[in-house]
Design a binder for this molecule. Sequence first.
Ligand SMILES: *[C@@H]1O[C@H](CO)[C@@H](O)[C@H](O)[C@H]1NC(C)=O
Length: 383
Amino acid sequence: MKLYLYAQLMALFMSLLKADKKIHCRYSAQAYYRKFPFKFEPENIDPNLCSYLGFGTFGIEDTGAIKIDHYFMDQQLGLIKNTIALKQKNPALKVLAVVRGSFDEFDIQKRQNFIDTSVHFMEQNGFDGLDLNFLYPREVNLGDHRNVYETLLQELHVALSVRNLEFGITVSGLVEYPRAFVPHISAYVIFINIMAYGYGSESVLDYDAPLQSSNGMVGGADGIFDVESCISYWLKLGAPAYKLNLGLSIRGMAYLTYVTPKELRKPGKLVKVLLYNEICAIRKNFEEAFDSVQGVPYMRNETHWISYENAQSLDLKLNLVTQYDLNGIMIRDIGDDDFHGVCGERYHLLQFARRKILGKYETINGISCPNGKTFENRCYREF
Ligand SMILES: *[C@@H]1O[C@H](CO)[C@@H](O)[C@H](O)[C@H]1NC(C)=O
C-alpha cells in the first residue's frame, strides 16, 4: 500500500516536473544571400518561438580546428553577434553552434584541436553549446569510424559539461546505426536531433518525408523509409525518448513531369527544392491534394508536380512527439518558413508546431484552441 501511494505521488510529482517540449530552430547563415523576400537575417528571427537556436553551419579545418567561414559569418556582417543578442529578448533561449563534418581520420590530435578551438570559440562569442551535425558513413564498414565518433562524443561531453556548455548531436534519418552503439552515444549528449527527411527520389515523383510509406519506397536504409519507422528505429536501438527531437524539413520537392497521370512514383525529374515560403505563395496556381496514407500534401499543374509540407502534414508527424513523449522537434531551417507572413500568420509552420506540441492547445479538425476554451478569437485555423 505504501509503495502504491509512493508511486502515485511520484507520478504526480513527475507530471508537475514534466518539462515543456523543446523547439530547436535551425538558422542557416547562408540565407543571408537569398534575394528579397527570402533573404533571412538575425533580425527576422522571433526568439520567443524557439527554445534552442542552432546557428550554422561551421566546419572543420584539416587540422581539426573549428572552421569559421569568414566570408559571411565574420564581425562585419555581425551575424553571430546579432544572433547571440537575441538572448536579450528571450533570456531562456539557448544559442548553439552547429558544426558539420565527418570523422574520417579524426585522430587524437585533431580531436583535441577541435575541442580546444570550439570551446574557445563558443566562450568568446557567447554560445551556450554545441550541436555536432556529423555525417555517419552510409557504408556498413564502420569499424574505426564508430570508435572515433564515440570517443569524440565522450571527450566533448567531458570538456563541455565542466564549462557548463550544452552538447547534443544531429544524426541522419537515412542511415542504419549499430545497435550497441546508440545507447553509448546517447549517454554523452542532452539531445539527438533526428533528420527524419530526405527519403525522396530524384527520378520519380516522391515525398521528402512520408509519415508512413507504402511498399517499394527508395531512399533510406533497410527498413527506414519514412518518419514513423525512423523514430521507432531509434527508440528500438535504445535511444531514450526524452533526448530525441523529431527533425522536420519544411522544404518541398518540385518535379518536372512527362507522363500522365501525374502521380506518386511515376517518372519525373526533380528540378527544384522549394522553401515553404516559396510554395505557399504559388499554391493558388495549382490543383492541390493530400495523401492521407502517407500524410503529405502535393500539388500539380500540366507540367509540374510538387510535394511539400504544411500544417496538416506536420500535425500528423507531431503526433509522434506526443505519442512517444519525445524531447521535442528540430526545424531544419526557420528561414524556410513564411517569416514575413506573406501567406497569413508570420512563421505559420513554426507557430503551428509550437501550439501543437506545447500541450497548451488542442488541435481538432485543423483548428487549434487553448485547452478547454473554444472562444473563436483565441483559436487558430491551421489548415
Ligand atoms: C506549373 O508550375 C511551374 C512551377 O511554378 C511553372 O514553372 C510552370 O510554368 C507551370 N506550368 C503551367 C503549364 O502553368
